[in-house]
Structure formats: C-alpha cells, structure tokens
Design a protein around this ligand. Sequence first.
Ligand SMILES: [Mg+2]
Length: 387
Amino acid sequence: MNDINDILLCDLDAFFASVEQLDHPELQGKPVIVGGSPESRGVVSTCSYEARQYGVHSAMPMKKALILCPQAVVLRGNMSRYKTVSLQVRQIFERFTPAIEFVSIDEAYLVVKRGTGCHTGNAIHIAVKEELRLPISVGVSTNKLLAKIACELAKPNKVGSLWLEEVPKLLWPHPVRVLPGIGPVTEKNLERHGITTVKDLAAYPAASIEQLLGNNAKTLQDYANGIDNRQLEFEHEAKSISEETTFPEDIYDREIIFTVLLELSAGVGYRLRTAGVSCRTITLKLRFSDFRTISRSKTLPDTVSDDMEIYRIVKELFTAHSGKPPWRLLGVQISGFEQGSQLSLLTTTLAEKKEKHLLQTKDLLRKKYGSEVLFPAKRLSRKNKED
Ligand SMILES: [Mg+2]
C-alpha cells in the first residue's frame, strides 16, 4: 500500500501466439501453439486462446498438447521478432510513465499518480490495440499483488481494477491458487487443513498458519488480505521522457519554433506530472536543414515539473545554440527524475497558487479530452492560422 501512486500490471495476452497471428492473418481464430517439437520432448511456450479452449497451456509437453488439440498449428517461434514487438510495447508504456519495472518480455508494472490508474490503463489498452493490433490486459490497484490479480481476473484483452476495500468481496471467494507463491503442492497442503479459498487463508489463526507454511506464512496471509509491501524495481526504469517534431519543410521563423517548443514542453510536462515525478535536466534537440543534429542540456539546482519552466529552459537553450536557420527538427527531453513534483510543495505566492491551479485544470482537461484544450494565448494565433 502506498499513499501517492497507483500501480498497473500490463500483460500481453498469449504474446508469442498473438504476434504469429498478427504476422500470419490466416492463423487468426485458429489454435496456435508456439513451442518445441513433440519429437524432442518440447513443451508449449505460449498458445493462443483458441488452443486454450482445448485445455492446452504453457509448459505442457507438446506431445500432450497435440493429443488435446491435434488440429493446432505448431510454430517454433521467432524470438528476435518478439523482442522487436516487445520494444514497441515498451515505448508505448514509456509514454505514460518513466517508472516501469519490466518483469518479462510481455509483462511490466507501471507506477502512475494516485487516481490516474484506470484512465492510464485504458489509454495503454487502446494504444496497444490500435498501434500494434495486439491484445493486452491491464490490472490496476495500489500494490503489485492486487494489480497482478486484477490483471489475471480481467484477462483476456481487458482492463480491470481491484482495490484493497474490495478484497473481501472480490478476492476472498477465489481458490488460494490465485495468490502468487501458492502452487499445486502448497494448495494440497492447505486443503488438507480445510483451507481452500483466499478467505479461509485470511481467517486462519496466524500461529497455526506458520506451522503449515513456515517462512512464507506471514507473506501469504498478508496476500490473502490484499497486503503487499513489495517495492517496484526500476533497474530498467525509463531514464528520460522526450517528444520531438520533424517539420515537413524548412523553418526560418523563430516564432514558429518557440510555439512548437511550447507544445513539446507541455507534452513532456504532462507526462512528467502524470508519473508523479519532477525533473532536473532539460535537453533541447535541434536538427538543421543539412541534417546536422545537436543536443544541448541544462541541469537545474532544483527540480521542475511545470510546462512553462521547461519551456523557459529550452527557449534559452535554443536562443544560445540555434545558429542560422533553417531548422528541420525540434525535440525536448527531460531527465534526472525525482519522486514527487515541485508542485506538491507549499506554494508561497498567490501567483504561484494560481499557476498551480491552472496546471491541474489543464492536466484534468487533457486527461479527459486526450489533447490540450487550454493553451497559452501565444499558441492561439498559430491554431487560428491553421483553421
Ligand atoms: Mg502475457
């Protein structure tokens, strides 16, 4: 349980099989099994939901899988292709938050600001579906355990949530197997003592459960009550957030550049605040019409999370390093993340309070309508020109 964040578990459904069905449309709707050959005692790596209907599942010997579902299409799989797709999925995740723990090639925990989990989960689901045409399930909660279980219960291809207060109603009726760490052996062991559902485990006297489960007793009983204090491990955490624009033609006008820099700053700023972090380093990327590309950074003594602060720095960097026009590409990157945003600190002046309120309103509207509906008057002139 944490006070400031929601946690998402995003898990692609039948990942290898789904990629094969995507690459080979003739396999759609058919039972597809990716794995080793039955002759060499191979096992099922992944199977499509069509194959699962016949009782086929991961880690099952291929020989057995083919007895259950003889008409299945068996493929050896193409790991380099799956890695490429996994990277594309990863890039989608990184648009939403820099705080990501990648569990495996098709599974990741994401941390987002409290209250934004379901919205983000739905947005990820739509992005993966529309951009990659792959099914993904997302579980939303406030800890890893409940996010994982929410995801399992939502599968396939859905977004679901499971909150701590819903544990008695939604988690307790399930068999103990739903909890991570309880395999077939432990399940049998518990069953002998009359513990079959999660509720049975939650209600069992702690001292007796310790005799049954040894060192894992406390953790598993906590799990049964929806409690999980595991922290996310960000060893693969996104180190930066960036957005860039390539112009369809050479740009000579600095005013246009500033307008685009403002938009890019607002884009990275929004993602920064959604992740509940602030940043210390701001980088401008600039490409000239001869394709020479430069990056210039500034690291600040204090972290920032405000669009206008980011814009002020990139504008300063542009003014110092822009050289002669024309320009072809502009990018804004932020890095050096720290938990918590400067906005959450006490604001001292009325002007700062107003600015904070405006930003929160902007973020709310952007969250609701997908793109910005409020922008500084400076950009209005360009918007009008486009109309
Ligand atoms: Mg998966």
